[in-house]
Write a protein that binds this ligand. Structure first.
Ligand code: FMN
Length: 354
């Protein structure tokens, strides 16, 4: 594989052939035409600006921010400040908000748009206790009337497209994704992401795609399938099974943001491009520098440990080295460590599996 081809990645206009519908599809959300219907999932503590940028460069057609509380009085906090939209991010800029009160969510949506959001996504999929205790996130799925009020209120409040992210339901007995999808369509929601688990499932077991397929058949808005997509083969299988308009990928991209390009290759009938260790090291260095710059020294060094841990795991670097990386106190040492990575292992040409 050519280094240039690998590093270039994600150029606009690279359409994907989705065989299940035997026609070319691209994802349209309002005025936004998304050429690569592969979306980086919102992941609090993971899908920050540096990671979103990297994934976009490696073929993700859209990347959603980490969830931002709908309580705008908290947007001055350090946590929220790093989650606000920035204008120099690739378009369309998608900001996810989480809350439970229609008026508060509407205001948060307006503020997001003022700051640069081009699509507002509403989180009704997160099972986190902190969110659910306030009956936000996936806890809302139990309250269909409130869901409708929220959706109508946010759609009315902004001129940009509003999208929704849900799970298949509250628990295995209450899989009401179809009912919520119809409410969403009626309210003017322009795309719906479904994580193929219920709220009660948390992250246990395997995602199921039957419910997603049913919703794809039952509504006319684009449905984005999500859950456990970690390889090009799995991506193809989920597309074929669900007929979804797009795929959303979360944990699968951790430590391998090039997964999006690999999926594109595979869906286009080509062998997925596999980065060499040297190329991976170059990506880690770039990612590290971006985190140091975005968060500053102290926070940047801390956040980098998690991402580098995933890269090193994928590279099958010994645990002792991974532990050693976590002990490093500063950005310079972190960069130096990764620079030395090619020496740690004596096989520079070794390739990592897709
Ligand atoms: C660390 C982490 C943080 C997450 N944060 C959010 C979030 O902020 N908003 C949201 O809607 N979903 C969130 N999710 C759920 C993901 O968007 C996605 O639905 C889920 O991980 C399933 O997709 P995957 O199997 O591709 O990871 C989070 C998941 C993880 C693992």
């Amino acid at each position: 594989m050519m280094i240039g081809r690998f590093l270039r990645s994600g150029f606009p206009g690279s359409f994907i052939l989705i065989e299940s519908s035997s026609r070319l599809q691209l994802l349209q959300i309002g005025p936004h035409i998304i050429h690569s219907p592969l979306v980086l999932a919102p992941m609090a503590g993971v899908a920050d600006l540096p990671f979103r940028r990297l994934c976009r460069r490696f073929g993700a057609g859209m990347a959603v921010t980490e969830m931002l509380t709908a309580d705008t009085s908290k947007w001055d906090s350090q946590k929220s400040r790093f989650r606000l939209p920035v204008l120099d991010e690739a378009e369309p800029r998608v900001v996810q908000i989480a809350g439970a009160e229609p008026a508060q969510l509407a205001e948060a949506a307006q503020r997001s748009v003022e700051l640069g959001a081009q699509i507002v996504d509403i989180n009704m999929g997160c099972p986190a206790k902190k969110v659910c205790k306030r009956a936000a996130g996936s806890a809302l799925l139990r309250e269909e009337k409130l869901v409708a009020e929220i959706l109508q209120s946010v759609v009315k409040a902004v001129a940009v497209p509003v999208t929704l992210k849900i799970r298949t339901g509250w628990d295995l007995q209450t899989r009401n994704a179809m009912a919520i999808a119809r409410l969403a369509e009626d309210a003017g929601i322009q795309a719906l992401t479904i994580h193929g688990r219920t709220r009660a499932c948390l992250f246990n077991g395997e995602a199921e795609y039957d419910t997603i397929a049913e919703v794809v058949d039952g509504v006319d808005i684009p449905v984005i399938a999500n859950g456990d997509i970690t390889s090009p083969q799995q991506a193809k299988a989920v597309l074929a099974h669900t007929g979804a308009a797009a795929l959303m990928i979360g944990r699968g991209a951790q430590g391998q943001p090039w997964l999006f390009d690999q999926i594109k290759d595979f869906l286009n009938g080509e062998a997925p491009s596999i980065p060499t260790r040297r190329e991976v090291v170059a990506v880690i260095l770039e990612h590290l520098s971006a985190m140091h710059e975005y968060y500053g020294e102290t926070m940047g060094v801390r956040i980098a440990r998690k991402h580098v841990g995933w890269y090193l795991q994928k590279l099958q670097i010994e645990r002792t080295h991974r532990k050693a990386f976590n002990q490093l106190p500063g950005s310079e040492q972190q960069l130096e460590f990764i620079n030395q990575l090619l020496l740690i292992t004596n096989n520079n040409k070794q390739e990592i599996a897709a």
